[in-house]
Design a binder for this molecule. Structure first.
Ligand SMILES: Cc1cc2nc3c(=O)[nH]c(=O)nc-3n(C[C@H](O)[C@H](O)[C@H](O)COP(=O)(O)O)c2cc1C
Length: 264
């Protein structure tokens, strides 16, 4: 079994590791130009963004070819999973593949612009993550065929947004809804920056250049708002203008070095 995964703060990597098999980081595969995969079972594990698949993954998934008997996807999310199964199914149709199984696991919500990470972490026990994981794992081991059901309102909202934006809204670079421009224009670096370069290493799209001498960073225009740079900064030096507070999150099972390894 192969599992392709993307993670910004470790939730999806924790799930991918627990599901087992050979783990393949999507940013690494993308940077190496690898788009074809063969195995008996292949899975994708990723964080949900804006009720669907993050724009960066949409682009990647539209390029891939899968040769397998069983294709599954598991998304990790915080509160509301919108129309992610519909979105994935549509992406598969465009890419020429069909998912046998799509499910979700509710975890800590890492959406920094509106949530206090400490409050989100405090909700973790109620989410019973290990129980959700055990159920999904046993489904996949049994090659269960099942697609997450979404209701009319979930799909209609997704379709409405797609129509309004000209294509599924999360296939564009996401904007923080309360801001008028892409997130790059709202990032602030404070004096804590040591120029260590971790932000650049955890950025899946190589959007960050670090000036180690002057302890400064500059961004190009590829950010799709995963917040890996902000959440994983060892000196808590990167902030979003208007953020709730400076609290940060990384999944307790995952080390910073694993995220660096996955995304650099
Ligand atoms: C830009 C962005 C958008 C998000 N949108 C949603 C959402 O629509 N619904 C939701 O429940 N969680 C949402 N989340 C939360 C993440 O899906 C969740 O915390 C995920 O488990 C993070 O996985 P990771 O640690 O592997 O990056 C969003 C997070 C980010 C960064």
């Amino acid at each position: 079994m192969k599992i392709l995964y993307f993670t910004a703060t470790g939730n999806s990597l924790h799930i991918a590791k627990e599901l087992g098999g050979e783990l393949l980081s999507i940013p690494r595969m993308d940077k190496q130009g690898i788009y074809e995969f063969s195995d008996d079972k292949i899975g994708i594990v990723f964080p949900l963004h804006a009720w669907g698949v993050p724009s960066y993954l949409v682009d990647y998934l539209k390029k891939v070819t899968f040769h397998c008997d069983y294709l599954f996807a598991v998304t990790t999310y915080g509160v509301y999973s919108g129309a992610v199964a519909k979105h994935l199914t549509d992406i598969g149709k465009e890419g020429g593949y069909t998912f046998d199984y799509i499910n979700r696991i509710m975890m800590v919500d890492n959406y920094l612009p509106t949530f206090d990470m400490e409050k989100e972490k405090a909700k973790e026990p109620k989410k019973k993550i290990e129980e959700q994981l055990a159920a999904v794992k046993s489904d996949i081991e049994a090659s269960k065929k099942w697609i997450l059901k979404e209701n009319f309102i979930q799909k209609a909202t997704f379709n409405y947004m797609a129509k309004r934006e000209g294509r599924p809204f999360n296939e564009k670079r996401l904007k923080v809804h309360v801001y008028a421009e892409p997130i790059d224009n709202y990032l602030v670096l404070n004096d804590n920056c040591t120029g260590c370069g971790v932000c650049a290493s955890v950025c899946p799209v190589d959007n960050i250049t670090v000036d180690k001498e002057n302890k400064n960073i500059s961004l190009s225009n590829k950010c799709f708002m995963c917040f890996a740079c902000i959440q994983n900064c060892p000196s808590n030096a990167i902030h979003i203008k208007g953020e709730v507070n400076g609290n940060r999150f990384r999944n307790s099972h995952i080390k910073l070095s694993e995220i660096v390894q996955a995304n650099s």
